[in-house]
Design a protein around this ligand. Structure first.
Ligand code: URA
Length: 237
């Protein structure tokens, strides 16, 4: 889902039905404004979120949306589902159907879910090479001990995908609770990792993605827009 870009002169020629020569002239006369600047070059690239105007008339102005949701247990991370309510159903925003989910959580996992219509931003979070840390609080059925720490750090071989998990950081909070930090998101990863110790996960909550922490004033099911500062925590790819 990559955000396609095009050259500014292509955009203007097509949008205004004018020749490339005329576009060049408009730019030289500083009559075109892109994202607040009139010092535009013909080959600069624009995308669907670039704000573009000509002589003060808006040619394009699509807002980008960035939302955090406190996902409750029992709600599915999907846009549509026949059986369960979805994270989209919970949102109070009229633009909610434009959004996609940035890294899913399982049905019975709660916590921080991000949604946006800006695919460059979501890719900055989800592309494996970005190695963005995801922090989880895990509650286990049986007591845990220090041997788990090394097991998580060394990585575990998953035969189904034929991969070894990246080093994961496990901190013991108490006998039945741990914090786990992953830099990837394989299918049911945390449950499968504790499964190696035959220790079922009875509670799983994501509290943080990179430096972005779930707003603790949001109760399960509540959401809000991200601040500019929060959006800027992730560098678009
Ligand atoms: N690991 C899991 O097993 N489930 C999640 O929802 C997230 C990480």
């Amino acid at each position: 889902m990559s955000l396609s870009t095009q050259r500014l002169d292509h955009f203007l020629a097509k949008q205004c039905q004018i020749s490339k020569g005329k576009v060049r002239l408009l730019l030289a006369q500083k009559r075109v404004c892109v994202d607040g600047t009139v010092n535009c070059s013909i080959e600069q690239s624009v995308n669907k979120f670039s704000k573009i105007s000509l002589d003060g008339t808006v040619l394009q102005d699509n807002p980008a949306y960035y939302v955090m949701l406190h996902k409750p247990v029992g709600v599915v991370c999907a846009t549509k589902d026949k059986q369960h309510s979805t994270v989209i159903d919970l949102l109070p925003f009229d633009f909610k159907n434009q959004l996609h989910i940035v890294g899913r959580l399982d049905l019975n996992t709660s916590g921080l879910v991000l949604l946006t219509n800006d695919s460059r931003w979501s890719e900055a979070i989800t592309q494996p090479e970005q190695k963005i840390e995801k922090t989880y609080q895990v509650t286990l059925e049986k007591p845990i001990d220090n041997s788990y720490i090394d097991g998580f750090k060394q990585g575990m071989y998953f035969k189904y995908e034929n991969i070894t998990t990246q080093p994961a950081d496990l901190t013991i909070i108490n006998q039945h609770c741990a914090q786990v930090i992953l830099t990837e998101g394989k299918y049911h990863q945390i449950k499968r990792m504790f499964g190696r110790y035959r220790n079922p996960v009875v509670g799983l909550h994501r509290s943080q993605i990179g430096d972005l922490t779930l707003d603790n004033s949001l109760t399960p099911g509540q959401s809000r827009h991200l601040t500019e500062h929060e959006v800027a925590l992730f560098n678009k790819v």
